[in-house]
Write a new protein. Sequence first.
Length: 625
Amino acid sequence: MKYDTKPVISRLIQQLIHEQQADGSWDYPFETGISTDAYMIILLRTLEINDEDLIVQLTERIFSKQEINGAWKLFHDEDRGNVSATVEAYYSLLYSGYVGKEDNRIVAAKEFILANGGLEKSHLFTKIMLALTGQYLWPAYFPIPIEMILLPLHFPINFYDFSVYGRANIAPIMILANKKYVKTTKRSPDLSDLLLSNETDEFFDKKDIEEIFSMIDQGLKQLLGLPHMIQSIAIHRTKQYMLRHIEPDGTLYSYFSSTFLMIFALLSLGHSTKDPIIVKAVQGLKAMKCTIQGHTHMQYTTATVWNTALISHVLQIANVPASASVIQKANQYLIHRQQSKYGDWAIHNPGVLPGGWGFSASNTMNPDVDDTTASLRAIVRLAQSDPLFHQAWNRGVHWVMSMQNKDGGWASFEKNVDLPFLNLLPIEGGQFLLTDPSSADLTGRTLEFLGGYTDLPHNHRIMKNGIEWLVHHQEQNGSWYGRWGICYIYGTWAAITGLIASGVSKENPVIQKAVHWLLTIQNPDGGWGESCKSDAASSYVPLGSSNTTQTAWALDALMAVSDQNTPEINAGIAYLLESTHKNDWTLSYPVGQGMGGAFYIHYHSYHMIFPLLALARYQKKFQEY
């Protein structure tokens, strides 16, 4: 059976064209739950910035996400609720001043928190926020001493061994932990009734961190100066690191969490709440607010470049010509976002010209491999005829190839930032924060780009090394784990399409094993769906329902290896066609992640981008007329 995909393809194309912004971009929300909303209320109240309209709006959104049992969740099928998210919501709602402890909704939240271990069971980052605002005691030890920033690059462990997104958050935390900084106001609520223990929570087992302290101490002994002098220099160096990485919009690396922490770190160093740096940082955070279903949401960052690159490319896949106004405007936007600054990536990849793209509209110094290959796919046709785009293309391709890790894979932001020793640090979620290792999703998509859009020979060492990395990292069941998406469907889609584009035979056992896995997890309705629980389980956990985005990923992978239409592909296409008007909880289910177990992302563009990609590929491969 063949399905008529044209009406849905046409509708999706028209919707995307209609929703393009005047500057050529698409600025769909980057939605990450209620934590950023809660932190914004806490920040504004702590700084005594009484933006009542914004505080009321955020309060309303937080309440709109509360579950019947009083808890808040990170994703729909997260058991009964999430302790950290509930603590953050509870705290911010009380701090807002618009609700009291006697409110039934607050009572229910408190009962959930106490029944699930109290404040002590919060995530590390929640505890840090609580400590710096006077609700929790700072630990005596922090596993990353501030003096670490003084260790030279050639030392076995140094500050630049952490991932760039790790450094962005760790730098201000090192200052705050060193100062044991606390800032309260007359409006600060009292959360002491949420503590179940009178004992001091050290956050970390001291025995776990003795080894790293010993190693760092050995390095510090090689430095000249007394301990207090070294500490003073380290604080200054850490502050300068933050200041050097402030984006033009005032945020630190364009991330909400790092900017929030930077503001408190600067306060701990004597800056006034009226300091222009702090004022501009708050303005930068406010500028990232968006509206979702009538509620105001504070975005963790914006996904504007990512959305624009993906949409420009998929529209061209769906036969919108590169000469069309929508593509011209999008690609003009993209070419002006190609970065020319030397960011931290150059530390581990010296001698290479800048040429990457970042993720957000305000990102000027932190390019990543994924956004770069996505942007290059979008401009490939213009690069063949326009000298300006051709130059941008060459710079971008060279930068991507230069970012291959020594193990053959690609990471997101930097090269060879994967020191195994750091994973021993007792930091919750550290494997997602501290290092930036090669991943199946980045390696697969980079190979798909190099194999499908450049003239790099399949037998080139770059391609061969990438293929070997993927083959070596395939799971026993045939899948791959995807670092930035949910999770095994995401990684397997990227790996399969990357291997095929790199010249690996469809009959190769590695490919066939992966295809078999995808077929075994297809749902009876023809779709696919994976739970965010896969992260914590470190294995595939079914969602229990199909999801249009994950279905599109699986279909794209299957179509890459199939010369003929199959019943399974047809069933998946039928599901997509029937579900494009769907508006249930699966539509807003997060299929992206930043930190497993704590930070999940709902991309508001994905339910259009990836079904359009799959339907357009289906039409071209099996219905071309």
